[in-house]
Design a binder for this molecule. Structure first.
Ligand code: PLP
Length: 430
């Protein structure tokens, strides 16, 4: 390998993870030391990277009245929510549990919460009404009735938007595409006007916005522009019907590049913002955006140690101490994560399946992946694991959840202890 190939192989692009000589660092902090101090598997996040992504979005939408409502489900760790709340972000929640997280991280930010989800329960609606959230994104006619009933019972008024389904196709994995008429999400846009007219007559409801969310990990800006265009037309019709619609919630879903493809987040955000701004020009709405992945995915990595390397027939397996219960994206979405050593040792390249110890053949992080040869004891990082990593983790195989560390201003701090066996069993009754 010549010098320039080595350099490009080890250039990790817009991520906060970068090699300093042979050692991988996050925002200048050595990762081997973190893995040794806190153990593995370990999630590590860069606060600086989170901030810079939020600032990119804030700058790109400057000049438009807007609020970034970070999608809590992407990564709901309290310390991250606190950091985002301090930056002025609101939150997009999908459960009463997520509302409680926002309450604990930044109680004042509850006034900037939008509540999405296809199956809200009465207790969750009640908690959100008591918290005085900004808006309910209602996803069915039955939920319009339920929201009205709960608001009336509590003597409150619920600001609401219908989440409309714009029937726009966006290229992404089928499990994370949501904006086509065959999906369970939202209400067909053609039926929205009649439902708004009905909602406006119900007690306790104030139709105040229209929302749309077409899916996740969408890198093309055209489907966003197309769906917002359809929403704009609906807003104009609703206003003609006499409704005071002042919020346009354009959803989340803006994607990143997981592989080695060149990726300039600033450039992408500028194009995304320009497309949306053009469509809403002159409409006079407060724009809500619900980014999750774009803000948090690349700020995080999952550190894991190689337990063993074994050869089964023609295949080589690298077995790590992290597994699908820690990071399920490869198993669930066939997702790609770059896997890089925390310490370059100049070994020859080798192809292997990189797998966890869980008793499922689906428990793999990568198949036939070429990396510098790995040996037992080596440490590696799975990059871009900040979104839908920890938040989708489970106790499968009675494995405790990983610890989490946040790096900020050159210092690391533990933001979640490793879960113990005692904690996992605490709720069970013999
Ligand atoms: C999941 C979700 C988001 C966030 O999606 P990302 O791809 O992480 O940006 C935003 N809004 C709603 C309604 C969601 O369900």
């Amino acid at each position: 390998m010549n010098e320039s190939t080595t350099n490009s192989m080890n250039d990790l692009g817009p991520r906060p993870f970068a090699y300093n000589g042979p050692r991988l660092e996050v925002s200048g902090v050595d990762l081997v030391s973190l893995a040794e101090q806190y153990g593995t598997p370990l999630y590590v996040y860069s606060a600086d990277n989170v901030r810079s992504r939020v600032e990119l979005l804030q700058r790109a939408f400057a000049g438009v009245d807007h609020t970034l409502c970070y999608a809590v489900k992407a990564n709901s760790s309290l310390a991250l929510l606190k950091l985002l709340g301090e930056m002025g972000c609101g939150f997009d929640i999908v459960s009463g549990g997520e509302l409680e997280r926002v309450h604990r991280a930044d109680a004042e930010a509850q006034s900037r919460v939008v509540f999405s989800g296809v199956g809200k329960l009465a207790w969750e609606i009640d908690a959100a009404l008591e918290a005085g959230i900004l808006m309910f994104n209602v996803e069915s006619e039955a939920e319009v009735e339920l929201l009205s009933a709960r608001a009336q019972a509590l003597g409150r008024t619920a600001r609401m938007a219908l989440r409309v389904n714009p029937d726009v196709f966006a290229e992404t994995h089928p499990y994370i595409s949501t904006g086509m008429s065959e999906h369970k999400f939202g209400i067909a846009i053609a039926r929205a006007r009649a439902i708004y007219a009905h909602a406006a007559k119900l007690p306790g409801l104030e139709p105040a916005g229209v929302s749309v969310h077409i899916g996740s990990q969408i890198r093309d800006v055209a489907p966003f522009a197309e769906s917002v265009k359809r929403v704009r037309q609906l807003i104009e019709e609703l206003r003609a019907d006499g409704l005071n619609i002042r919020y346009l919630d354009a959803g989340g879903g803006f994607g990143i590049e997981y592989g080695r493809k060149a990726f300039d987040p600033a450039e992408r955000v500028t194009a995304y913002a320009a497309a949306i701004k053009e469509v809403i020009a002159g409409l006079g709405v407060h724009l809500l955006l619900e980014p999750g992945r774009f803000i948090i995915a690349q700020a995080g990595a999952l550190l894991t140690r190689v337990i063993a390397v074994k050869q089964n027939g023609a295949k080589r397996f690298v077995i790590t101490d992290a597994a699908m219960n820690d990071l399920i994206r490869p198993a669930l979405y066939q997702a790609h994560h770059e896997i890089v050593p925390l310490e370059l040792r100049g070994r020859a390249a080798q192809v292997a399946d990189i797998v966890g110890p869980v008793c499922e053949s689906g428990d793999f992080f990568a198949r036939d992946r070429e990396t510098e040869a790995l040996e037992a004891g080596d440490l590696v990082a799975l990059l871009d694991a900040g979104a839908y990593g920890m938040s989708l983790s489970s106790n499968y195989n009675t494995r405790g959840r990983a610890a989490e560390v946040l790096v900020e201003g050159g210092k690391a701090r533990l933001i979640r202890r490793r879960e113990t066996v005692e904690e996992m069993l605490a709720g069970e009754v013999l």
